[in-house]
Structures are given as structure tokens and as C-alpha cells.
Design a protein around this ligand. Sequence first.
Ligand code: ATP
Ligand code: MG
Length: 257
Amino acid sequence: MNRIIAIVNRKGGVGKTTTAVNLAATAAAAGKKTLLVDFDPQGNATTAFGISKGNGLPSVYDVMTGLGTVRDATRQIIGANQLGVIPSTADLSGAEIELVNTRNREFRLREKLKQIEQEYDWIFIDCPPSLGLLTVNALAAAHGALIPLQCEYYAMEGLSQVLKTIEIIKKNINKSLEVEGILLTMHEYYNPRNLEIEREIRSHLGTLTYQVMIPRDPILNTAPGFGRPGVWYHPWSPGALAYQNLTLEMLHKELKS
Ligand code: ATP
Ligand code: MG
């Protein structure tokens, strides 16, 4: 059965895109037919795969506004025949405004993905740092919400807002939405504050939180500059290994369900 996973957090810079691109790359290498939808006008997942923006080719903006189909906009990633990416450009922020007065505006992405979802095992959606209409579209289309979380001071506060939004979406527009998992990112084993927050999150939300944590690793930060996810750029770095382990944890969970 296929699974659509939205990678979401209202907070910026917590590792959503890094998680989206490294998971997509690892899932494809593990034999999963994978699609990554860059759903952020910043287009960071697009550039992380070395796809140039603004070359006139169809993007997720065209998909959302009906100018192109999902198939038109999907780029096959060279060297990873199981992986497609739908790129994004700054135009997408215009789509958010254009959609405001349209009917079924929350379901636009869901309708579009319906056309192709059977062709993929896993579809990841990299969301922008807000809980606006784009993220609502992603959550309306998804089976699961993966929440990257940095172990810092206001993490719990931000997390409860995201969990509340997921509950509201589940109640009103997408009954099959679940929390896929909470992922602790940029974790520093030597930082007592990090460890304290990790303990707090695991004691409250242990069953929802992945065992695997992503350590702070400069490789993950450097790789996008070379148009490659960290797991391809330096597969044996601690951050890349952690994303490979996360994929294994997700595969294991899928086998058990
Ligand atoms: P935004 O909300 O702006 O879309 P985001 O939540 O998608 O941000 P990322 O872009 O993935 O976050 O990460 C923010 C910054 O932190 C980037 O420069 C990224 O390279 C870096 N980064 C992410 N994860 C790690 C990590 N585990 N170790 C070191 N640097 C990281
Ligand atoms: Mg991002």
C-alpha cells in the first residue's frame, strides 16, 4: 500500500528539508518507488537535488494552478531510477494567494496526487515553515505527518501547536491522517539541554517519537551546496547513517503494521 507523508513543522530551520531529501534518497535506494514533492516556495529541496529553478519547466506551481499535470512536473533523478522530484519555485507563494477564493482549496494537492499515487510506494511532501494553506493542502493529502523537532527551548510549545493542527485536520478534512513520527534533529549528545528536552519529549510522547535521532553533522549542511543529499555526498558520515537508520526504522514499522 502506498503512503503519503507530509514533513511538517511550523518552525523554520528545524530540518524539514534535510529530512525530506535524505529520506527520499534513502527510500529510493532501498527499493521504494519514491516521489518527493517540494511544497515550499523557498525551493530548498529542489536545489538540494541539483535541479535548477526558473528554467521554465513545469513546477509544483503549475500542478497547483492547473497549468500542468503531476507527470509533466516530475523530474526523474539521474542515478536514482526509483526517485522522482516535483520542484518548486517562488511562484508557489502566489498559488497560495490565488487559491484563497477557490472551492475545495484545501484538497487541491490531494486531487492532483490521486492521479499518480498508485505508481509510488512512498510520497514525501516537504512543507514550508507555517501552518497556512500550503501545509493544510499537504496534511489533507497525507496519511502521515512526520514532525522534525530540534531539541531546544521552545520545542515543546511548537510541537503542541503542530499536534493540535493535525487533530483539527483529522477531525474536519482528513480522517486517515496520523502522526507518522516525531524526529529529533540536530541532536548534540554532549549538550545537557538537548538531553533534557529529549527526555521530556520521550516521557510525554515516547510512542510517537522515533528511536533514531539525527545528530548535528556538518556534512548534512554542506551537501546541498553540491546539489546532492548528504546520504549520497558522504554516506558514512554520522548524519547520513542516521537517515539510513531512520529509513530502516520506517520500513520495520511498515512491516509490523
Ligand atoms: P525551513 O523552515 O526554512 O524550510 P527546514 O526546517 O527545512 O527550514 P533545513 O533547511 O533542513 O530546515 O535545515 C536548516 C539548516 O540547518 C540548513 O542549513 C541545513 O543544512 C542545516 N541542517 C539541517 N539538519 C542538520 C544536521 N543534522 N546537522 C547540521 N546541519 C543541519
Ligand atoms: Mg525547508
